[in-house]
Design a binder for this molecule. Structure first.
Ligand code: PRX
Length: 702
């Protein structure tokens, strides 16, 4: 033990060599001839077509999958870097492309199949015609009753029900910018986002089923409105969908003149048809708030034409969606995955998209496979956390059901090779091809993935850059890290692409600073080559050109595939009056990948107590939501700090994960480290073990 302490005391900052990654090279898996025989993308010249010499015009191939009201004159405009503009001069409507244009051929085909969580409630199919009717009626309501117009923002705080995509599409029909807040986020989190986006209208729902219980969701609208008001934004209309039309499931009172039941108001608009508004390709389609390195969530602003082209192209080539497929992405529409790959991409291709209301393991771990069997789902899409959870709860369950997936996706976090293999063998029955898609809220669609009919799969690796995406790895000094060197670095994208966000809503500077400042070669240059995109993920590039993503290198924690900013959680802790300082770090979790662990120190003279512990927990749950619930809350005597007063989250992350703390001799208070370690690990320090790169590097990259 003395040894370990000594080691800790003399160890230095992790060097590039130390963060080099050692893992066994995995063997390739090949798609079946049956899959390849029907795949959308089997032409190997795709990479030729999308190579750098053909950039940016190569992206016409995606944009040409859409119906344009007016063709664009400039594919990529780089006059205001890094605010790239795509398909400039083009006019298009996203709702038209996802609904109207399919009516001739597919009006009677299911667009959406809704699977309620209670198993005795039968699935409900909405045809493209029915979707058209409902979207039109709601668009009329939004325009004529809620007085919303093109360019206005609307916050939507809803669970996984078909009314959510109906609402998004009705907004898109009118050019209203929707800002969907994940239903599991608290009222406060929703209110802050509503305020930032300047929403005057909130669209919500009375309640929904989760884990066998009806959740009272409308209650959080009250909180959201109060918080928005405190931040200077008045929301004067609340439109409330009811889970069962005509029956109000919330205990929260309706406020006269402000709150309206959508099903009641809609009666007046039934049968109305609203012309889709022809939008500039560069008009914003939606905002999606995500966590960054500051406490304030950023509103990722996605454009209409480029975004829709990118998600449609990638849905066709990488998701292999054909109109006759039954496609199920078991994610939440409240995250970017749901926007791109439950709603916009699949519907633009006239697929049938499945929406499941509830928890994958409700009432048992066989549920997803029963749904797949009943609906004859043939494309399945989910996250490593869900896969780990289903494997843990019922590793043999998939074998009991007669479904056949041709294609499966994993997204959102690194997947361990052994989990990948269970997904392949047991869930996919060795029939399904798998794509491990790496991307981010800011990216609109996939950045790295294998092409399912063309490339072999490698467990644990996302694969090469997508067609037209040229990723590379840079070290901290901006030198390119060579393929096959085994060294980790920061994955960046050399070039712009149509799915990238336009900006951070209302904060151009934050957009530049976050993604482009770090590696910009010349801030005055109008040449995109000088503006690589910094993704804030660590990665390793193998000699075969496959990228293995290691996780975030900034202060963002990826919990169950969902991004949480440490600063957001810390700000919540600091609302407890007894708390003087707070630090949040990621700990490795068998199922969720990473979960936050909280350290707080108290105001002078105060003693740790269960009461403070509970207050901190409550603050986090009310300000952000249960998703941010920490694994543990440690009340410590002091925080390890540098002499300049910087809180050393890296040291705390090392303690929480039983890793070397690195060089602590330069700290202002090195003795605190031992005290904290003893509190967390007990008198006998736990043996130091190898840790994953994101945890080892946590807080070391600015
Ligand atoms: O760390 C990466 C991880 O998820 C982060 C992006 O999170 P978010 O914006 O919420 O979007 C999630 C879904 C697109 C990334 O910075 N991540 C995403 N996909 C993968 C991944 N890590 C490893 N492998 C992936 N396939």
């Amino acid at each position: 033990m003395a040894n370990i302490r000594k080691q800790n005391a003399v160890a230095t900052e992790p060097s590039e060599a130390q963060i080099a990654v050692h893992w066994r090279e995995e063997e390739y898996y090949y798609p079946s001839a049956r899959f390849v025989g029907q795949a959308n993308l089997t032409d190997p010249t795709i990479m030729e077509r999308f190579r750098e010499e053909n950039f940016p015009e190569c992206f016409r191939e995606y944009a040409d999958m859409l119906d344009w009201d007016q063709y664009w004159h400039t594919t990529l405009d780089t006059s205001d870097p890094p605010f790239w503009k795509w398909f400039v001069g083009g006019k298009i409507n996203a709702c038209y492309n996802c609904v109207d244009r399919h009516l001739d051929k597919y009006k009677n085909k299911a667009a959406i199949i809704f699977v309620p969580e209670p198993e005795q409630e039968a699935p409900v199919a909405l045809t493209y015609r029915e979707l058209y009717v409902r979207v039109n009626a709601l668009a009329a309501l939004l325009r004529d009753f809620a007085a919303l117009k093109t360019g206005d923002r609307v916050t939507i705080h809803m669970p996984m029900v078909p009314e959510l995509p109906i609402t998004m599409l009705a907004c898109a029909r009118l050019g209203i910018i929707h800002s969907v807040v994940f239903g599991g986020f608290s009222g406060e989190a929703c209110g802050r986002r509503a305020a930032d986006s300047g929403s005057r209208v909130l669209i919500t729902m009375d309640g929904y089923f989760r884990n066998g219980k009806m959740i009272d969701h409308k209650a959080s609208a009250e909180i959201a409105l109060n918080v928005a008001k405190q931040e200077g934004q008045t929301v004067d209309k609340v439109l409330i969908w009811r889970r069962h039309a005509g029956k109000y499931a919330s205990a929260s009172p309706m406020v006269k003149g402000r709150d309206y039941f959508v099903d009641e108001v809609l009666q007046k608009y039934s049968g109305e048809v609203v012309d889709p508004v022809s939008m500039d390709a560069e008009a914003p389609l939606f905002l999606m708030y995500t966590s960054g390195t500051t406490g304030k969530p950023k509103g990722c602003q996605h454009r209409t034409g480029g975004y829709l082209a990118y998600v449609t192209g990638t849905s066709k080539y990488i998701q292999d969606i054909h109109p006759e497929d039954v496609y199920w992405c078991m994610a939440d529409i409240g995250w970017i995955t749901g926007h791109s790959y439950i709603v916009y991409g699949p519907l633009a291709l006239a697929a049938t998209s499945v929406i499941y209301e509830g928890v994958p393991t409700y009432p048992d771990a066989g549920r997803p496979w029963r749904i797949a069997e009943r609906l004859d789902v043939n494309i399945f899409h989910t996250s490593p956390t869900a896969i780990r959870m289903l494997r843990k709860a019922g590793a043999d369950e998939p074998k009991k059901y007669h479904y056949h997936f041709k294609h499966m996706t994993t997204v959102g976090e690194p997947i361990e090779p052994e989990v990948w293999r269970w997904y392949h063998e047991t869930v996919g029955k060795r029939e399904a091809v798998i794509v491990d898609t790496w991307w981010q809220t800011e990216n609109g669609g996939f950045l790295c993935s294998t092409k399912p009919g063309l490339d072999p799969m490698k467990p644990g690796s996302a694969g090469p850059g997508m067609p037209g995406i040229y990723p590379f790895i840079l070290d901290e000094e901006g030198h390119e890290v060579e393929a096959g060197s085994g060294k980790a670095g920061n994955i960046c994208i050399r070039n712009p692409w149509p799915g990238i966000i336009q900006t951070v809503w209302g904060d151009r500077e934050r957009f530049v600073n976050q993604y482009y400042r770090k590696y910009c070669k010349n801030p005055n240059s109008k040449d995109w080559h000088d503006w690589p995109y910094f993704a804030a993920d660590g990665a390793v590039l193998a000699s075969d050109g496959y990228f293995r993503i290691l996780g975030r290198v900034d202060d963002v924690i990826n919990v169950a595939g969902h991004r949480l900013g440490t600063k957001e959680i810390e700000s919540a802790c600091l609302t407890v009056p007894e708390v003087a300082e707070a630090a949040v770090v990621p700990v490795v979790d068998e199922v969720k990948g990473r979960v936050p662990e909280v350290y707080v120190s108290l105001q002078p003279g105060l003693e740790p107590s269960q009461e403070v512990h509970d207050k901190v927990l409550k603050a986090i749950e009310t300000m952000i939501g249960k998703i941010a619930r920490p694994k543990k809350i440690h009340i410590v005597p002091d925080m390890p700090k540098t002499r300049s007063g910087k809180l050393m989250r890296r040291v705390l992350a090392a303690i929480s994960n039983n890793l070397h703390t690195g060089d602590i001799s330069t700290l202002a208070n090195p003795d605190v480290v031992d005290k904290v370690r003893e509190m967390v690990q007990g008198k006998e320090p736990v043996a130091v073990k190898e840790g994953p790169e994101d945890v080892k590097r946590f807080g070391t990259v600015d």
